[in-house]
Design a protein. Structure first.
Length: 122
């Protein structure tokens, strides 16, 4: 487990949030946006997902400095969506989720569209 980021110091102790928690929050917020097919990771991410039940690190990079967060997301969008609109919605969803759940300030949410996937009829 990575070193947690201290966000609050209380009379009875500290609150620390690990980078994995931030990755999980950002991933879930991204995947809930309509028009996002999924996150795009590297070969190492894909191999890692074979051994883990949930691979929330795939396609995401988070940098925490003091109480500021910078998030880079590599996403795959559904064919036919307006990419700028979906990207803006992802930025807003991730920023809101991370800030509301952790109290940390999200400075940037950078979106990298790595592909387009044909939406399957269900």
């Amino acid at each position: 487990m990575s070193e947690g980021k201290q966000i609050n110091k209380f009379e009875n102790g500290n609150v620390n949030i690990s980078d994995e928690v931030l990755e999980t929050i950002a991933t879930i917020a991204t995947e809930e946006v309509e028009g996002v097919s999924g996150l795009s990771g590297t070969l190492a991410d894909d191999l890692g997902s074979l051994f883990k039940k949930n691979n929330y690190k795939k396609g995401i990079n988070i940098k925490v400095d003091e109480d500021k967060v910078i998030i880079d997301l590599n996403i795959i969008v559904d064919f036919g969506v307006k990419i700028p609109d979906v990207s803006w919605t992802v930025q807003e969803a991730v920023k809101s989720s991370v800030e509301n759940m952790t109290g940390l300030k999200v400075e940037e949410v950078n979106i990298h569209v790595d592909g387009i996937r044909e939406k399957k009829d269900q």
